[in-house]
Ligand binder design. Structure first.
Ligand code: NDP
Length: 338
């Protein structure tokens, strides 16, 4: 036996989710699947917790930024224990606790991913917290700092504030010394945002929301907005922005089209910037800087990944539907070992 191999023989099966056609969450089927073998440069993890992102829901629906090829097993963000190393992998040990970002296939008992996609897990995080960490916190960092260029003392607007990215954005903005206006659809969600330090909270459907956001930040609007809802809300984001404001387009949870008339940007010197985490992770310098700051803040307890509802593997369709129905807060977690 080669030194990088463990005892799990080829040909063994495991429980996992399979999507054979794209569509609503019920297209996800629990099946017996072959245990995957890591190729060169890859590692295999025994999966303990999978973080479910809005992107997973869109990918299963066939509405993501990239085309979803079927059949496939969803799950791009997960945490677990390294179980097997592919050829050429160094710097990772069997038995090590890690989180993984990128790829697919983690809604199963075992998953492989590129060794380059591993994120070390701070000692103080459990598996669910580790699985709730990479996507939301790296995205929040790039939105607030790398692309948003936010500075201490500035106001930032956080939409869907009780969600996975929203809670990460509030915590991180506060840790960086910024002031936060948080918006969400219910009072319960606003309570969560306040608990994390949001300075001003507003219901997403408050009839005076545009004026209230402007007033919160001294009357002129907010200099930085993390836009995740899209559709008609995008126009509102432009209206809520201060002169010279930066609007970082991160998502389109409404799944509606938005209209952008470039002429309107000129009037108040606004900047609209798109953010997609996947290609940003290949920017070594940006990733190194984000990892350094985030690891320090997590290790010191200044930010703590917010774990939302947890589900068994068999309940994956329900977990996805709950995200679509806006029933969840924090990061939805699926535990394949449960
Ligand atoms: P969340 O946990 O935030 O769940 C989605 C939230 O979106 C809901 O809870 C809801 O909050 C809000 N929402 C607003 N309108 C709708 C709607 N019509 N249908 C459903 N939900 C709606 O998910 P994530 O943290 O995973 O993602 C949040 C957003 O950020 C998504 O748009 C996602 O695509 C994006 N994202 C983008 C990344 C990138 O790389 N660009 C990386 C990570 C996330 P409420 O009820 O309060 O309105």
């Amino acid at each position: 036996m080669l030194p990088f191999m463990t005892q799990t023989p080829t040909g063994q099966t495991m429980r996992g989710i399979l999507v054979e056609r794209l569509g609503p969450p019920e297209v996800m089927q629990l099946r017996d699947l072959p245990v995957p073998q890591p190729g060169p440069g890859e590692v295999r993890l025994k999966v303990e917790a999978v973080g479910i992102n809005f992107a997973d829901v869109l990918a299963v629906a066939g509405e993501y930024l990239t085309r979803t090829r079927v059949p496939y097993t969803p799950g791009m963000e997960f945490a677990g224990v390294v179980d097997m190393l592919g050829e050429g992998v160094t710097g990772v040990q069997v038995g090590q606790r890690v989180a993984a970002l990128g790829g697919r296939g983690s809604l199963a008992q075992y998953a492989v991913c590129p060794a380059a996609g591993l994120v070390p897990v701070p000692e103080n995080l459990n598996a669910a917290q580790a699985a709730a960490f990479p996507v939301s916190y790296f995205t929040a960092y790039h939105g607030l700092k790398t692309l948003g260029r936010g500075v201490a003392g500035e106001w930032v607007l956080v939409q869907a504030a009780a969600g996975a990215l929203g809670t990460a954005s509030i915590q991180l903005a506060k840790a960086l010394g910024m002031h936060v206006v948080a918006m969400a659809s219910t009072e319960e969600k606003l309570e969560i945002a306040r608990g994390l330090g949001a300075d001003v909270t507003l219901l997403q459907d408050d009839p005076d929301r545009v004026q209230k956001v402007r007033d919160a930040a001294g009357g002129k609007g907010v200099p930085l907005l993390l836009e995740v809802v899209g559709g008609k809300r995008f126009q509102e984001s432009l209206d809520m922005a201060a002169p010279l404001g930066r609007i970082i387009v991160i998502g389109n949870a409404s799944r509606e089209q938005a209209n952008l008339r470039p002429f309107e940007l000129m009037k108040r010197n606004l900047t609209v910037t798109g953010l997609w985490l996947t290609p940003l992770m290949t920017d070594r310098e940006a990733t190194r800087e984000a990892a350094e700051v985030l690891t320090r803040l997590v290790a010191s307890g200044q930010v703590t990944p917010q774990v939302g509802p947890t589900y068994a593997l068999a309940d994956s369709p329900r977990a996805f539907q709950d995200i679509l129905d806006r029933k969840t807060t924090g990061k939805v977690i699926i535990e394949p070992g449960r």
